[in-house]
Write a new protein. Structure first.
Length: 160
């Protein structure tokens, strides 16, 4: 079953997500990430401004967060920091790099940037990928755990 109704199987991207109506009334920032680092700073500032009124931000950099050697398929740690706010919950996707201590590496990066609560849900389906939720309220942590339990052996949660 394709959860993005009205799209053919394999259709991906922001357009498919917007067309699905899931989630309803969610704003999407559609500006492509520039390759040039000098243009990326301006792009990042515009992103922060574009989501200034929202309380949840989902970042889906194909390769997750990076502190250096940044490409358009990655989210800079500084960009995540710029999106943090007391009443906002950032969520981002992280592809596993093969590093043995992937969870500890992410925890160290996020803690050093000031994140207070960090929950990581690691999926082991076709490709190992995690979804990381930061700065969330306790009730949300319980909902994350319930969600992960529904996936059984295919998901594991880490509260960092």
């Amino acid at each position: 079953m394709n959860i993005v109704e009205g799209t053919s199987a394999g259709t991906r991207g922001v357009t498919a997500l917007e067309a699905s109506g899931l989630p309803a009334d969610a704003p999407f920032y559609r500006t492509e990430v520039p390759r040039s680092l000098s243009l990326r700073l301006k792009w990042s500032e515009q992103l922060v401004q574009a989501v200034s009124e929202v309380d949840h931000v989902f970042l889906d950099g194909d390769s997750g967060i990076r502190g250096s050697r940044l490409s358009p398929k990655q989210v800079a740690l500084s960009e995540l920091v710029a999106l943090r706010r007391q009443d906002r919950t950032p969520v981002f996707a992280q592809r596993h790099t093969g590093r043995r201590s992937e969870v500890n590496f992410l925890a160290n990066q996020l803690c050093s940037s000031g994140c207070k609560r960090i929950e990581l849900v690691r999926f082991r389906l076709v490709a190992s990928r995690s979804y990381v939720v930061t700065d969330y309220e306790e009730e949300r942590g319980m909902r994350i755990a319930d969600f992960a339990r529904k996936w059984g052996k295919w998901a594991k949660t880490y509260r960092l």
